[in-house]
Design a protein around this ligand. Structure first.
Ligand code: SAM
Ligand code: SF4
Ligand code: SF4
Length: 333
């Protein structure tokens, strides 16, 4: 197991399989910037399944245990279940997850489960149909996402829900969402709105903090904090006192967790990023398409990880440095 310069292992790998999306969430791919003429990646600049598999094997040999597929919208990538079946064969990978906006999940849930996927995280920011519709750039219906969630559960997938909370936008949905998914038995995770990328016009005043979120829920459904389920878990966990399950809060802004961050990210075009807020990455696609063998590739990746010292969220409040960052739809969350 290799360690970075702050002694953090390379335990998790997030792989973006496409930079395209059928939604235009204002905090991620605002419509005015990701319009008809946006230069999405052409197919030959996107990693093939074979290239992704090769990288997964190399990362596994460096200690990676978990892989999460993301995007853009990963279910837009043709034949995604084929990739999942391939990744299931990588020795040392104990867990494969998928993060999706859920719009196509009803169509693909059983195929994904048959391919060996066990867990899916579905992003849903509101149950209110009009609010959800406006938040995703008038592309997706909440009812369709809920049908996707049901289909995933029926197919035997374990389902978690992610909700990004934006002050003055969807705070009113915190309780309805908590109540709905408590009833359904799916863990809901609230994500503090983050300053990923440069496109969303983020300001600290737009963030609803972990404390505020917990206070709202605890007043109606009493909660107790519980320890992380595994080392490096990014969500703080809280159980409902009535024993009806748990929620999580991912508090990158008000209570950062860089000291245990064991995640590497690979964009759809094969660039390796060592932080969600990175300005620059390392081009693995060129290396994959050169005559480098696996041992050389492994040494390159190990070197990048050994030198890693990122801790952007720990430093966010104390620095005035404005940095150019990779967009969320590119790096995959
Ligand atoms: N399209 C898929 C989806 O929405 O689930 C996968 C990719 S999306 C970039 C991954 C996650 O990042 C989603 O849960 C999304 O809500 C979250 N996200 C995007 N922009 C964000 C931001 N500025 N702050 C916090 N979370 C964000
Ligand atoms: Fe698409 Fe996901 Fe970004 Fe929304 S958050 S625009 S669904 S990639
Ligand atoms: Fe990891 Fe970077 Fe997020 Fe810190 S800011 S938790 S180093 S991705």
């Amino acid at each position: 197991m290799i360690l970075d310069s702050l002694d953090r292992p390379l335990r998790d790998l997030r792989i973006s399989v496409t930079d395209r999306c059928n939604f235009r969430c204002s905090y991620c791919m605002p419509e005015h910037l990701f319009g008809k003429d946006y230069p999405f990646l052409p197919p030959d600049r996107i990693l093939t399944f074979e290239e992704i598999y090769r990288l997964a094997e190399i990362f596994a040999s460096l200690g990676t245990k978990k892989i999460r597929l993301t995007g853009g919208e990963p279910l837009l990538r043709r034949e995604l279940p084929v990739l999942i079946a391939m990744l299931r064969k990588v020795g040392g990978i104990e867990d494969i997850g998928l993060t999706t906006n859920g719009s196509l999940l009803k169509t693909f849930a059983s195929e994904l489960a048959e391919a060996g996927l066990e867990r899916v995280t579905v992003s849903l920011d509101a149950l209110d149909p009009e609010l959800f519709f406006s938040m995703n750039g008038k592309r997706g219906e909440a009812a369709q996402v809920l049908r996707g969630i049901e289909a995933a559960a029926e197919a035997g997938l374990s389902v978690k829900i992610n909700m990004v909370v934006q002050k003055g936008v969807n705070e009113t949905e915190i309780l309805p969402m908590a109540s709905f998914f408590k009833e359904k038995g799916h863990t809901l995770r609230f994500i503090e709105y983050m300053d990923v990328g440069n496109a969303n016009g983020w300001e600290l005043s737009h963030v609803t903090s972990k404390q505020e979120i917990i206070k709202i829920i605890d007043a109606k459904f009493p909660l107790k904090a519980v320890p992380p389920a595994y080392p490096g878990e990014v969500a703080s966990r809280y159980e409902y006192m009535d024993g009806s399950g748990e929620i999580g809060v991912i508090s990158s802004v008000t209570d950062s967790f860089c000291s245990s961050c064991s995640r590497a990210r690979i964009s759809a075009e094969g660039t390796l990023y060592t932080c969600l807020f990175a300005s620059r990455g390392h081009d693995l696609r060129s290396l994959l398409r050169s005559d480098m063998d696996d041992a050389m590739l492994k040494a390159e990746i190990a070197n990048v990880w050994n030198l890693r010292h990122d801790r952007y969220s720990d430093e966010r409040m104390h620095t005035k440095e404005a940095r150019q960052k990779i967009e969320m739809s590119h790096i995959g969350g």
